[in-house]
Design a protein around this ligand. Structure first.
Ligand code: ISL
Ligand code: CA
Length: 554
């Protein structure tokens, strides 16, 4: 039997992470853009929720082609977000309040406005030339995540450079040891300041297949796993990064595990590997991608969803750790996606919170989901800001395609769903800013906002708060074993978490209807310890009902 005594304990396993997308969190100076000063104002709010670690999406200098995921200086702060002294203050306040702070490292690519790239593109013999991938011919048919070829011709030297994301995000050449040392130095710079770790952007992409095999453009999902991710020297780099940058510090690393599968996850996070602490995978957040990919959404099945969680837990075999996520700045809102954001918005948000906080792994809450923020439906593609959508829209127009189906797909799948400003109150702009924000606030801010949530003891916010505290009190929910129950059910997600100290049963009704359930344990032996209904159901689960039951001590 596995429990906290047999599994290696670590603060980052016990932590609940909260992701802030700084541009959309809180604007403190009325320019319509969230900033570090705004985050400082809300530290009390985060503390009240009870989270342990704050993860900030990139705050470094950036021309914002991809909202900070295009960095032009890794050791300075984006002007719109504030100054280094604002950062120092934020870090100090977070630590003062007993929380930790992790930043978002983007080591796969820089901005084309980064000094390295500005040098690199100058001439073929520039000392920085080899910091990026330059080729005289397009070596492959690789396509960018943000439309078009991943190889861009640069007029000056008439060579192509690689960019897996926008053309303003050239990929760094990790084959070059100087590049690697630059990145480790950046990491140490922030660790020396007291930063507690990094989330690492598209980590599985940093080692490239130098044979540049062609991909099947009709199967981008396969290209990610087989070609873009898991490159030949990846694990060598990760071990080096760990040794040279991380090992001397008590910090955590969380990789964005795009392209990682249960079959190879332990190569990244195995406790014997000294590479990464944890990563989050994409299997359930891409569950509704259709044959045409992300913007061709299809229905998904609960049995598939459950199997994904079970397969990952099994793959880790108690020998490695992952992050549990249901949404983030790249995906739709969890309640719109996996719950019911209409009639059962409150119950289903609470149900998803229950799942997030009772799975084995470190839960990561995305800003706003703790108050049940939903997807937004802008009525025109022009209202969308995301470079992914902007480029795709251009591509559709250029191909003479009707944009109407694209708008529909973007309303369901677009990343701006998660990027609309945080809804603090029912004042103009949801209290996010004094003036018009960079991205329109979801009009439902008048009823869905933090003020409302804090005033209502039955709110989603307090359910999260209760669950966070409950998880902390019961390490069984952190380290204990996991087993799916009723795996065949298309409506009920039921599972058991247990160790030598305690045994919990979690029942989640993923439907708008009453659902029966069956457990191989006498109900009299169980007591209800957390519920998302004031009057929980009896023999059947109410719509979107979530229960945590505990086996009574004999
Ligand atoms: O949203 C996606 C594209 O449809 C994801 O596949 C996303 O591109 C992928 O998760 C990588 O994401 C990370 O790197 C990108 C950045 O745009 C994302 O915001 C970031 O999380 C490039 O840096
Ligand atoms: Ca601002």
């Amino acid at each position: 039997m596995i429990n906290k005594f047999t599994m290696k304990a670590a603060w980052w396993k016990e932590s609940v992470i909260y992701q802030i997308y700084p541009r959309s969190f809180k604007d403190s100076n009325g320019d319509g853009i969230g900033d570090l000063g705004g985050i400082v104002q809300k530290i009390g709010y985060l503390k009240k929720l009870g989270i342990d670690v704050v993860w900030l999406s990139p705050i470094f200098k950036s021309p914002n082609d991809d909202n900070g995921y295009d960095v032009s200086d890794y050791c300075d702060i984006m002007e719109e977000f504030g100054t280094m002294s604002d950062f120092d203050r934020l870090l100090f306040e977070i630590h003062q309040n007993g929380m930790k702070l992790i930043l978002d490292l983007v080591p796969n690519h820089t901005s084309d406005e980064h000094r390295w790239f500005r040098e690199s593109r100058k001439s073929k013999d520039n000392p920085y030339r080899d910091y990026y991938y330059w080729r005289s011919e397009k070596p492959s048919n690789w396509t960018s995540f943000f439309s078009g070829s991943a190889w861009e011709l640069d007029e000056l030297t008439e060579e192509y450079y690689l960019h897996l994301f926008s053309k303003k995000q050239p990929d760094l050449n990790w084959e070059n040891p100087k590049v690697r040392q630059e990145i480790y130095q950046i990491m140490r710079f922030w660790f020396d300041k007291g930063v507690d770790g990094f989330r690492i952007d598209v980590l599985p992409f940093i080692s490239k297949r130098l044979d540049f095999p062609d991909i099947d453009p009709a199967n981008f999902a396969e290209a990610i796993v087989e070609v873009y991710a898991n490159g030949p020297r990846l694990h060598e780099y990760l071990r080096e990064m760990n040794q040279e940058a991380c090992a001397p510090y008590d910090i955590m690393t969380m990789g964005e595990g795009i392209g990682v599968k249960p079959e190879n996850v332990l190569e990244y996070v195995g406790e014997d590997r000294a590479e990464l602490n944890m990563l989050y995978h994409f299997d359930h957040v891409t569950i509704n991608y259709g044959p045409g990919g992300k913007y061709d959404p299809v229905d998904w099945k609960l049995t598939t969803f459950k199997k994904i969680f079970a397969d990952w837990d099994k793959a880790l075999q108690n020998r490695g750790w992952i992050t549990i996520v249901l949404d983030n700045h790249d995906f739709p809102r969890m309640v719109s996606r996996f719950g019911n954001d209409g009639e059962y918005r409150v119950a289903s948000s609470k149900l998803l919170a229950t799942l997030l906080l009772t799975m084995r792994g470190s839960p990561c809450i995305y800003q706003g989901s703790e108050i049940g923020m939903t997807n937004v439906k802008f009525d025109s593609l022009d209202a969308y800001d995301d470079v992914e959508v902007v480029n795709l829209y251009q591509e559709w127009l250029a191909a003479g395609k009707d944009p109407a189906p694209l708008l529909k797909a973007v309303q369901i799948q677009g990343r701006d769903n998660a990027r609309t400003p945080m809804q603090w109150n029912n004042k103009p702009y949801g209290g996010f800013s004094e003036s018009g924000p960079w991205l329109t606030v979801n009009p439902n801010f008048t009823s869905i906002n933090v003020d409302e949530a804090l005033a209502d003891p039955h709110s989603i916010f307090y359910h999260f708060q209760r669950l966070i505290a409950f998880r902390r009190r019961h390490p069984t929910l952190i380290y204990g074993d996991y087993e799916t129950l009723m795996p065949e059910s298309e409506h009920v997600y039921a599972y058991r978490r247990w160790d030598a100290d305690a045994e919990f049963y979690v029942l989640l009704n993923f439907s708008d209807d009453l659902q029966p359930f069956e457990l191989e344990v006498d109900p009299k032996e169980l007591e209800l310890v957390v519920s998302n209904y004031d009057l929980p159901g009896q023999d059947q689960l109410l719509p979107w009902e979530a229960r945590i039951l505990r086996k009574k001590a004999i």
